[in-house]
Design a protein around this ligand. Structure first.
Ligand code: C2E
Ligand code: MG
Ligand code: MG
Ligand code: MG
Length: 287
């Protein structure tokens, strides 16, 4: 009887857990298979100046189209990869690919700052700085053309170790941005200790502009603080003219968002980049 009840309980709880665990295991397996099959791609999303829309840089965003699963959103697989540790493999592929692409644009005479998202686990790898240095050296990329997007979670974990590592990265000549600024749990004190050059205002704060009073306060304060600290600032997730106009009035320097473009495959990004880059002024090239 006890056994029966035990089995009953087992059956009552297990199916849901099974489905969950099974789909996570399947996704994890598929993620690894996708790497072996070379199914990951990078898309590039422009970052543009608010005043005249000129191109300032591009964020590399990983994309995975699976023959069985279709398009799998990074919002789904990146958190899972962070849990399983596979983010290390994805992250190093992304770094290598983005640096290679940035070097291609550099060689083509169209240098552009490329931003790469870095996960906490990836950043904590003892050889992370060395890997970045090797990527840059192998591709012969001007390190000023690489920007790393870090989240606040990276900065709270082991502040001393993080500080050492950030200085080593800055020493390579790459620049550092805080991604999803305002959504983490870190203190503002790191802004004066760490060699950061840019804040990216999270989309969740931009979303409510210009109507939402709290969003106006948060975005306004962030832009003002960035200016006072001499940091550059990018508003993420700008979708409407009204949001852009509001940010423009705040003198926020740049934005990234669907209003300009979503992330695009290389060829499409290049076509757009030509339109976003003002032609050199007559005489500027000496002829
Ligand atoms: P994130 O780094 O904050 O990237 C911005 C996300 O917002 C991207 O979603 C982008 O497509 C989306 N986005 C940009 N503009 C707009 C807009 O106007 N409206 C809306 N609704 N969304 C906009 P995506 O590509 O799905 O990436 C989601 C997150 O996944 C990223 O957030 C980042 O945390 C992570 N991720 C993406 N690629 C990588 C990568 O290569 N490495 C790591 N570690 N994480 C990545
Ligand atoms: Mg990012
Ligand atoms: Mg972001
Ligand atoms: Mg974000």
């Amino acid at each position: 009887r006890v056994k029966e009840r035990g089995r009953g309980n087992f059956r009552f709880y297990q199916p849901q857990m099974n489905v969950d665990l099974l789909s996570r295991m399947k996704l994890d397996h598929a993620m690894r298979r996708a790497m072996e099959s070379g199914l990951y791609r990078l898309h590039y999303q422009p970052q543009v100046a608010l005043d005249d829309g000129r191109l300032l840089g591009a964020e590399a965003l990983v994309r995975w189209t699976d023959p069985e699963l279709g398009n799998v959103s990074p919002g789904t697989f990146i958190p899972l990869a962070e849990e399983s540790g596979f983010i290390i493999a994805i992250g190093s592929w992304v770094m290598q690919e983005a640096v290679r692409q940035a070097a291609k644009w550099q060689r083509a005479g169209r240098p552009l700052v490329v931003s790469v998202n870095v996960s906490a686990l990836q950043f904590q790898q003892p050889d992370f700085v060395e890997r970045v240095a090797t990527c840059i050296a192998d591709a012969e990329l001007n390190p000023a053309l690489l920007e790393l997007e870090l989240t606040e979670s990276i900065l709270v974990q082991d502040a001393n170790e993080a500080l050492t590592r950030l200085h080593a990265l800055a020493g390579l000549g790459v620049s550092l941005a805080i991604d999803d600024f305002g959504t983490g749990y870190s203190s503002l004190a790191y802004l004066k200790k760490f060699p950061i050059s840019k804040l990216k205002i999270d989309r969740t704060f931009v979303m409510g502009l210009p109507e939402d009073e709290s969003d106006r306060a948060i975005v306004g304060a962030t832009v003002a603080m960035a200016r006072a600290l001499k940091l550059s600032v990018v508003a993420e997730g700008v979708e409407t003219e009204a949001q852009r106009d509001y940010l423009s009035a705040l003198q926020c320097a740049s934005f990234q968002g669907f209003l300009c473009s979503p992330g695009l495959p290389v060829a499409e990004f290049e076509a757009l980049a030509v339109r976003l880059t003002p032609p050199p002024r007559p005489g500027a090239l000496g002829f």
